[in-house]
Design a protein around this ligand. Structure first.
Ligand SMILES: NC(=O)c1ccc[n+]([C@@H]2O[C@H](COP(=O)([O-])OP(=O)(O)OC[C@H]3O[C@@H](n4cnc5c(N)ncnc54)[C@H](OP(=O)(O)O)[C@@H]3O)[C@@H](O)[C@H]2O)c1
Length: 248
């Protein structure tokens, strides 16, 4: 396929940003989405410096109307949607289950679960009409295992895993693929907020067999592979990229 059209949510930082740059280096056309206009324009300039045709569209993934407009504007501009990376996510507040509230639950689930559901709702509508496409949801190793103090985030990523499988079974009927990438610790702002201080971070990373966090680009490369025509029979899967953590 010449110059596939890629849509990425939460594209302005961390894994989303690295994924945008990785797809741009592969010659893709891009829609990068997020909530910060200045960061959006800055990323756009970087993508254009790589000769990528790109758009920034502001959208909050918790809003059905904003996600619908994001997908519709993508198709209005580029005429199609080949790969959608549903990456926007939040770690919320760590804490025991006994400390959780309706608000702490909603703060995580509205972005991590409702956001992925709304994104797939609109992306797959387009891919169904095309008869092709690849969706990649960014899950987490905490979509496969659990850690104390992370119950709501863990539950949200387990939900992403379930949504991915159910959507893959529906989308197979019309030739689209849906997969997840489940990273272990990745060197982004989220990891630093999640661990809180250097000591906690070092403790977490010492449990990773490779003894370090992934770089955002190492996660991006797996996402690019899943979106490429090198993975045509791969659907309904969650690829764990965790430096060996889940093998222990
Ligand atoms: N870093 C890790 O160790 C790790 C491990 C496993 C999985 N993950 C997952 O990887 C994904 C990317 O995270 P990251 O590590 O790259 O952290 P990050 O740099 O904090 O990226 C998260 C991005 O999502 C955006 N976002 C949050 N809520 C949003 C909303 N409601 N609508 C639109 N955008 C929203 C954020 O933008 P704002 O600035 O506007 O909030 C931010 O750009 C997340 O789904 C995360 O759960 C991360």
């Amino acid at each position: 396929m010449s110059k596939p059209v890629i849509l990425i949510t939460g594209a302005l930082t961390g894994i989303g940003r690295a994924t945008a740059l990785a797809f741009a280096r592969e010659g893709a056309r891009l829609v990068v989405s997020g909530r910060q206009d200045a960061a959006g324009q800055a990323l756009l300039a970087e993508l254009q410096a790589l000769d990528a045709e790109a758009l920034f569209i502001r959208a909050d993934v918790r809003r059905d109307d904003e996600v619908r407009d994001l997908v519709d504007q993508t198709v209005a501009h580029f005429g199609r949607l080949d790969v959608a990376v549903n990456n926007a996510g939040t770690e919320g507040q760590r804490g025991a289950i006994t400390e959780q509230t309706v608000d702490s639950y909603a703060a995580i689930f509205e972005t991590n679960v409702l956001g992925v559901l709304l994104s797939m709702k609109h992306e797959l509508r387009v891919m169904q009409a095309q008869g092709s496409g690849s969706v990649i949801n960014v899950s987490s190793i905490l979509g496969h295992v659990a850690a104390p103090g992370t119950s709501v985030y863990t539950a949200s990523k387990h939900a992403v895993e379930g949504l991915t499988k159910a959507a893959a079974l529906e989308a197979a009927a019309y030739g689209a693929r849906v997969n997840a990438v489940a990273p272990g610790p990745v060197e982004t702002g989220m990891l630093n907020r999640f661990t809180g201080n250097d000591e906690n971070k070092a403790g977490l990373l010492s449990a990773v067999p490779l003894k370090r966090a992934a770089t955002p680009d190492e996660i991006a490369q797996t996402i690019v592979f899943l979106g490429s025509n090198k993975a045509p029979f791969l659907t309904g899967q969650s690829i764990v990229v965790d430096g060996g953590y889940s093998a222990t």
